[in-house]
Design a protein around this ligand. Structure first.
Ligand SMILES: [Zn+2]
Length: 326
């Protein structure tokens, strides 16, 4: 079964790309997709999701689900994972140029030039105040590697290709240069309407929102809560998976009436079995830190038509005052 899944996953990956690609990592190095064991495991988890959704055909592969974020870094206590901040001000210091300022804030020089209306980005003065767009505005950047296309990036970050093209003023989206730094706008476009209403699966602090993070898409919403805190079904549904998944640790996946999936990862304890029907609010697992996680939290995913979507878009207004604005 495992072998078959991995083979199928490789088949999917060939179907999708038609060639071996390289993928960029947060540290700027690259690694091929076929010799990356973790990526294979990610692919397996992704495939399991497809199987859980009852649609194993390559045409329904969740191409917007590039991977999992807890692989060896981050977690609820990681400062970089805090909710998006608003714009900041930077006062230009001696010796700084726009590229340096941009690098310090993890955004592109073009983004700073645009926000500040700089007609000539090569000339900034010492002492000049620059507005630095916040994370909610320009969430992340990506340096184009060999083999990257706009469509690869679109899939990897869960952001429409047109949105990336627009954010970077690309006239010809089929030509991105190796080494070019692109702004990856936040969010994956408007969340499609779904036929179920969710409740919060856990009461706790949001320790990391959905969206681009460390050069990849963070495919869920992290809610920090003490180990053992009950995890509740966000809506009524059928348990399609209740077991250990690579990276995700002990995980429950529910399929809801309209075929939307919800996923609950890193549990310390699983309290339901595959095939079981659950009611909304039923306790299905307990919060833990299993899999690639650095502290107890729930990683909650909402998968609509095979694509992870921002859970907050569906949970908003469900009675928590501390929810950050989308
Ligand atoms: Zn997470």
């Amino acid at each position: 079964m495992l072998w078959a899944n991995l083979s199928l996953m490789r088949f999917h990956s060939r179907q999708e790309k038609g060639r071996m690609t390289t993928q960029s990592r947060g540290d700027g190095s690259t690694m091929s997709s076929t010799d990356h064991p973790i990526r294979n495991l990610i692919g397996l988890a992704t495939l399991l999701l497809v199987l859980a959704a009852g649609s194993p055909g390559p045409e329904r592969a969740p191409v917007g689900s590039p991977g999992f974020e807890h692989l060896g870094q981050g977690g609820p206590s990681t400062p970089i994972a805090s909710p998006p901040a608003g714009p900041k001000t930077h006062i230009v210091a001696p010796g700084e140029n726009l590229s340096l300022v941009a690098m310090r804030h993890g955004i592109t020089a073009a983004a700073i030039a645009r926000v500040n209306g700089l007609s000539n980005p090569h000339f900034i003065r010492v002492g000049q105040r620059l507005t630095i767009p916040g994370a909610g505005h320009e969430s992340s950047t990506h340096r184009v590697r060999s083999g990257d296309t706009l469509w690869d990036l679109s899939r990897r970050f869960g952001v429409p290709a047109e949105a990336i093209a627009r954010a970077n003023g690309l006239r010809n989206p089929s030509h991105v240069r190796i080494g070019q730094v692109l702004v990856i706008p936040r969010g994956g476009g408007a969340a499609p309407a779904i036929g179920v209403q969710f409740i919060w699966p856990v009461a706790g602090r949001i320790s990391s929102p959905f969206g681009p993070r460390w050069g990849r898409l963070h495919t869920g919403l992290d809610i920090a809560a003490p180990t053992g805190t009950p995890i509740r079904a966000a809506a009524a549904g059928v348990v399609t998976t209740s077991r250990w998944l690579a990276g995700y640790g002990r995980t429950v996946i529910l399929r809801h009436e309209d075929r939307t999936l919800t996923l609950y990862a890193h549990a310390s304890k699983l309290l339901v079995r595959s095939g079981q029907t659950v009611e909304q609010g039923q306790i299905i697992a307990r919060v833990g830190s299993t899999g690639n996680s650095t502290g107890p939290h729930l990683h909650f995913e909402v998968i609509v038509h095979g694509r992870p979507r921002d859970p907050l878009a569906y949970l908003r207004g469900q009675g928590r005052a501390s929810v950050p604005a989308p």
